[in-house]
Design a binder for this molecule. Sequence first.
Ligand code: COA
Ligand code: MG
Length: 299
Amino acid sequence: MRARRGLLYIPGDDLRKITKGTTLEVDCVCLDMEDGVAANRKAEARTVIQNALRDLDFGTGERLVRINAIGTGLEEKDLDAVLCAGPGVRPEGIVLPKAESAAQIRHISERMAFAEARYGWEPGGIRILVLIETALGIVEMRSILTADSRLEAVIFGAEDLAGSIGMIRTKGCLELLYARSALVTHAAAFGLQALDMVHTDFRDLEGLRAACLEGASLGFSGKQLVHPGQVGPAQEAFTPSEEAIAEAERLVDAFEVQQRGGRGAFDFGGTMVDMPILRTARGVLERARAAGRVTGAAR
Ligand code: COA
Ligand code: MG
């Protein structure tokens, strides 16, 4: 799975910002049709995004599009704009906000499958990322996250969730702890990446770094971003350290030796290692590779 340390939202109706997005070395560029776009600019956003996907080169950055939530009445036109505009307009993934049921995920997946068959794109190639940001989304997380194999990442939406539950937001974010922990736990259980909340005070880079480390300690592997200045500090914070990389490399090597010897679980310097821990180690190496930190043979 590709690294998604930083996911930068760019308002879909703002071509200047989208063009700027092509110059930023951010893992994911998320062209937004939802809350970053005013209600009377939705049609404009669809057109601008369509043209951007066709004409602009985002380099290695993943081209994502955030559609409006299912049930808003906007979502089908949003999907049409990026899945029915011809073979030259192809997002790499779609971000579904306010996800609340497995049926919603399956619906989007079916629409993607149709487009893939129609335009000769790789079957199953377009990814789905879901935002969990409502009370119902939290309690339905298990069925949502296991709905479809296109799903690769789950994203935590703090401000919408606070509104949905009636939380009073505080600086310490204690009110969000249950939801954040539930989210990373479900993500880990189903082999998905977890992306943390936006640091809305976008000029406060010290606060951003602290928030990234807090998110990483909870189990998040990346963060949603809203400003170019956030990209460097956030992606650095979510890049594994040299020690973590060395440990992961040793673990992967040891695992291969043990597997060949017919052992699925083994003693690794006093800790038990088996398949899920191998996956975590591979995740560390994947993130490191994306940051240019692993030079050895492809693992
Ligand atoms: N993506 C790409 N470029 C961006 C950007 C973004 N999210 N936010 C700002 N920029 C660009 C600006 O256009 C400007 O470029 P320029 O120098 O070529 O003019 C440069 O970065 C500096 O921007 P700055 O002046 O510091 O900020 P701003 O006042 O233009 O914008 C926000 C501030 C918060 C409005 C803007 O960052 C933004 O729209 N963020 C995304 C909001 C969003 O999508 N929210 C929904 C998801 S939570
Ligand atoms: Mg939201």
